[in-house]
Design a protein around this ligand. Structure first.
Ligand code: CA
Length: 223
């Protein structure tokens, strides 16, 4: 994971950084709330380890501002005091968990592992819906009008890409790059073949076709 540690006690910040790096994480450090907020807004971090008492801008305020930006980064708040009010404030401001100082590194790492699992779960539970079409990302399953549709792995990836961009025209190159990867032979007619397969599955038995061919450009899914 890419983790930002916002902690003004430099020695502690370095210890946390080292412990996280040893676990294989990529770690950035900020020493006050303003720098921390700037960095968190400028880069997509998976997780923030955020001290509550910080110079310039406290952890609660950093947390609130990130949440009002609807950033879905996980936030583990560090608090020096065992005061219930601090914890409540932190959680109300949008922190996912908190840890009371002094803490052991094994406890810190355990909390971070738990938070990263929670994030993976949240991603896995996602569903995409466009009109009567539903793509269940956890079960790798598509449904249209509640009828289950079986898809191969490539068809699934193609449909997911079309659904995430519903209403927009996608060029063959964009589809090829996204579904088959940048190094794939760009003269390949795979895109047309797979769109044909997909049409047979999601459009053929239904009165309203959803996949539209845009002549000379590519394809689009009706939003
Ligand atoms: Ca502090």
């Amino acid at each position: 994971m890419h983790i930002l540690v916002v902690e003004d006690e430099r020695r502690l910040a370095n210890l946390i950084r080292r412990a996280l790096e040893e676990e294989g994480h990529v770690v950035d450090v900020a020493h006050d709330g303003v720098d921390g907020l700037d960095m968190a807004e400028g880069t997509t971090y998976d997780l923030l380890v955020l001290d509550l008492m910080l110079p310039r801008l406290d952890g609660i305020e950093v947390c609130k501002r990130l949440r009002s930006d609807s950033r879905d980064v996980r936030i583990l708040m560090l608090t020096a005091r065992d005061a219930i009010e601090d914890r409540v404030l932190g959680l109300e401001a949008g922190a996912d968990d908190y840890l009371i100082k002094p803490f052991s590194f094994s406890e810190l790492l355990a909390r971070i592992r738990a938070l990263s699992r929670r994030q993976v779960q949240a991603q896995v539970e996602e569903e995409l819906c466009v009109g009567s079409l539903v793509l269940d990302l956890a079960r790798h399953e598509a449904r249209r009008d509640n009828r289950s549709i079986e898809l191969t792995a490539k068809e699934f990836q193609l449909l997911e890409f079309l659904m995430r961009n519903a209403g927009n025209v996608l060029t063959r190159t964009q589809i090829l790059d996204h579904v088959w990867g940048y190094n794939y032979d760009s003269f390949s007619n795979n895109v047309d073949i797979y769109v044909h397969y997909l049409r047979n599955k999601i459009d053929k038995d239904f009165s309203e076709p959803m996949i539209r061919t845009v002549r000379g450009v590519g394809y689009s899914l009706k939003a």
